[in-house]
Design a protein around this ligand. Structure first.
Ligand SMILES: [Zn+2]
Length: 393
């Protein structure tokens, strides 16, 4: 059984995580994320041989037993993923994550410059990339990936025809990824006065429109009236996931989660480069270095049934695979064969987990890690679980 850290960031929800965990709500502070895993910033605690230990420590001392031989070798004796519940009541920052090479280089560079790990201007908290998969538990709004150039042009012409005329002219002349990069760079580095005028013009136009794109511009403006990120719905794809739908974010893809509760599974990293919509550290030059300026429509991932009780969300990540397990009364015994450490989070109902001689009662909000050495385990009950696992090695 795991005991996990709740991260209290300002954009979090006062109800969603507390309700899931069976705690009183509204909570005192906004609760943004529940972290399940072994990230050094907040490793889960685990009952092990009668003691309460950090999961990171348990894995360090027994890497092959917990992770399995193949995963221990491949991922340098570390749990390769971080599993979260994310509850956004307010928009999160516009951000992107580095690829593996950029993360190693950035982490080494900031270490060399002597930037303390807790410093507000520290970008790279570790040396890992952070591809991530988000699965909606409620309707979930987000922005991700650049829109097609023609969409960006027509939306910008509609909302900021005068203020952004020079940028529009350049983008019309170079309707490709390098033109898009210049457009984005120009937007992010405008003088405070131009920024103010552009936002004012955009908000005036948005008030007369009905499309959700313009509603989101107004909502972002309410929270960040001086931030050019308010305009992001005109250059990023606006996406609304229904419960059960998921999206995968590869390295370098610009995104912002806006509203909703979801399950998030990612490589074990906390490397975030922010471009706006946040009181936290913003580093536009570093963000521009890692961004992918490919434009186009994002894909939605739907669960694929692999057994009577389990469906997986297929992503290309090497470190993790997310699946959902639905147990109903009368269903035959659900049996699993972990290839590495698996973390299960119960989001609804009750079930019994059996592994060898041991059995555990699990209910909504509880999470458990099954080590590779268990070889097999069973679930029985009336419940829904989300499962983090390592893809078959
Ligand atoms: Zn992200």
């Amino acid at each position: 059984m795991l005991k996990n850290t709740v991260q209290e960031y300002a954009w979090g929800s006062y109800t969603a995580i507390a309700e899931l965990l069976g705690n009183p709500y509204p909570s005192v502070n906004p609760q943004a994320e529940l972290w399940m895993g072994a990230h050094p910033k907040a490793p889960s605690l685990i009952e092990y041989e009668g003691k309460r230990l950090s999961l990171a420590e348990v894995i360090e001392n027994n890497p092959e037993e917990i992770l399995g031989k193949a995963a221990a070798r491949k991922f340098d004796n570390r749990l390769p993923y971080l599993f979260k519940v994310l509850a956004a009541a307010k928009p999160l920052s516009i951000q992107a994550h580095p690829n593996q090479e950029q993360a190693e280089e950035g982490f080494e560079r900031e270490n060399r410059l002597g930037i303390p790990m807790v410093a507000s201007n520290r970008n790279y908290k570790d040396d890992s990339h952070k591809p991530e998969c988000l699965c909606a538990l409620t309707q979930f709004w987000g922005l991700r990936g650049f829109r097609s150039i023609s969409e960006i042009l027509s939306l910008t012409e509609k909302i900021c025809p005068v203020e952004l005329e020079p940028e529009l002219r350049d983008l019309r002349k170079h309707p490709d990824s390098s033109g898009l990069k210049s457009f984005f760079h120009a937007l992010m580095t405008m003088t405070p006065e131009r920024k103010r005028n552009t936002i004012t013009q955009a908000v005036c136009t948005a008030q007369k429109e009905n499309d959700p794109i313009f509603k989101w511009i107004l909502r972002l403006y309410d929270d960040y009236p001086q931030d050019i990120g308010v305009l992001s719905p005109i250059f990023l794809n606006l996406i609304c996931l229904e419960p059960g739908q998921a999206m995968f974010l590869p390295a370098g893809e610009l995104h912002a989660y806006l509203d909703g509760v979801g399950i998030e599974l990612m490589a074990n990293s906390d490397n975030v480069l922010r471009g706006g919509l946040t009181p936290k550290h913003i580093d536009v030059p570093e963000l521009l270095r890692v961004l992918d300026f490919t434009a186009g429509k994002p894909t939605v991932i739907l669960p694929i049934k692999i057994s009577e009780y389990e469906s997986i969300y297929d992503s290309s990540a090497e470190e993790f695979v997310l699946s959902v397990i639905s147990l109903r009364p009368g269903m035959s015994d659900a049996q699993f064969f972990p290839q590495s450490a698996e973390i299960l989070l119960c989001t609804q109902g009750e079930a019994i987990l059996t592994a060898g001689e041991q059995s555990l009662s699990l209910a909504k909000g509880m999470s458990v890690m099954v080590p590779c050495a268990a070889e097999t385990y069973h679930l029985k009950g009336n419940a829904t679980f989300y499962k983090a696992a390592v893809p078959v090695l």
